[in-house]
Write a protein that binds this ligand. Structure first.
Ligand code: SF4
Ligand code: SF4
Length: 353
């Protein structure tokens, strides 16, 4: 995750050969059908801003912020364009030009004032002494029961988690273009977490600790798999790969190994691992365009229902949240039924007995 400005990506903008392979899996393009919503369209808009042929405008800002940062485009791109890095740079330039939305500005203020994206002063980490630093992240901190479950899982597996009074990793500031705020925040973050090796509960935090700070961040699924004994839950489920875990960190097999060790039969969706379909919750659209996010999540949950599995499991709190909502919508319309669970639920179910 590069923190450059658009001018530093000039070569990258030129290597896009306009092949349109990126249309195929883009969740935004799939819903809206407009070329300007695909990676190619956004790259062309970014090039226009760079050359001065296009003036920054609300229209361009709306397009640039309509991206889940799922990186499906980069995975398919024939020219290896770092689309998300280019879009993040374009967003940063647009924020500097005064095109940050009020909702995104509010989030940046929340991180600065409360240390979490929700602006909730009541959200605190369950500080405890231990040996391995564990970073919980805003999304899990706002779900104290799940956080507790993951901590108990680690303890049951013989890992001693060190929990500190943490603040957001800073990824939302990066994703939404608040570069000055990010640099300031990173200094504070590193005062709390100077360690090289950290276990992160959330896939996006793990990816940002790795790419944004150069740390040897492990995702909790890797730590669990190292110590997990075999169990037999006798369940059948499909697994949803969070984009930051599969496409950014390359972690696709560890969660599946966990499920197999627990005696869960996995029924794969056709789009899995590095070609997994985005859940619709990333890149800030959950805050700024919830209807678009909902539509994408419904596409994904229908793919899960088509497998015939009664259960969808994912280790990402954001994927879990949006897919649960989509499952409820689809159920209400009698268009199918599936239960969505966090990976922690099934691991804990197996270990607590
Ligand atoms: S990162 Fe995902 S949502 Fe954004 S342009 Fe690429 S495929 Fe589309
Ligand atoms: S796949 Fe890559 S090279 Fe092809 S149009 Fe999309 S961004 Fe450009």
């Amino acid at each position: 995750m590069e923190t450059k400005n658009l001018k530093d990506w000039k070569n990258e903008l030129n290597i896009c050969i306009r092949c349109a392979y990126c249309f195929e899996g883009c969740p935004i393009f799939k819903i809206t059908g407009w070329e300007t919503d695909s990676a190619r369209g956004k790259i062309i808009l970014a090039y226009g801003i760079l050359t001065g042929d296009l003036e920054p405008s609300q229209y361009i800002a709306d397009k640039m912020f309509q991206c889940t940062y799922c990186r499906d485009c980069s995975e398919r791109c024939s020219a290896n364009v770092s689309v998300v890095d280019v879009l993040a740079a374009a967003r940063a330039d647009l924020v500097n030009a005064g095109y940050a939305s009020d909702i995104h500005k509010g989030m940046a203020k929340n991180v600065k004032e409360t240390g979490n994206i929700f602006g909730d002063k009541e959200i605190t980490a369950p500080v405890q002494q231990g040996e391995i630093p564990v970073f919980i992240g805003c999304q899990y901190l706002a779900r104290p029961n799940q956080t507790k479950m993951y901590i108990r899982i680690l303890e049951k597996l013989g890992v001693k988690p060190l929990i500190k009074a943490e603040a957001c990793c800073g990824y939302p500031l990066y994703a939404l273009g608040f570069r000055d705020e990010l640099e300031e925040h990173k200094k504070k973050f590193l005062e709390t977490f100077p360690e090289e090796e950290i276990i992160a509960l959330c896939p996006t935090c793990a990816a940002f600790l790795h790419e944004g700070y150069g740390k040897k961040a492990k995702h909790i699924t890797q730590a669990i798999l190292e110590h997990l004994p075999e169990k037999n839950l006798g369940l059948k489920a499909t697994y949803h790969d969070p984009c930051d875990l599969s496409r950014v960190m390359g972690i696709t097999e560890e969660p599946r190994e966990i499920l197999k060790k627990l005696g869960i039969e996995i029924v794969e969706m056709p789009r899995n691992r590095k070609t997994s379909h985005c859940c619709g919750g990333g890149g800030g659209i959950l805050m700024s365009d919830v209807n678009l996010s909902d539509d994408i999540a419904i596409l994904r949950i229908k793919q899960a229902i088509e497998t015939g599995a009664p259960l969808l499991i994912t280790p990402c709190p954001t994927c879990e949240q949006v897919l649960k909502k989509a499952a409820a919508t689809v159920r209400e319309k009698s268009e199918g039924n599936i239960t969505v669970k966090n990976l922690s639920d099934v691991v804990w179910k197996a270990l607590r007995s």
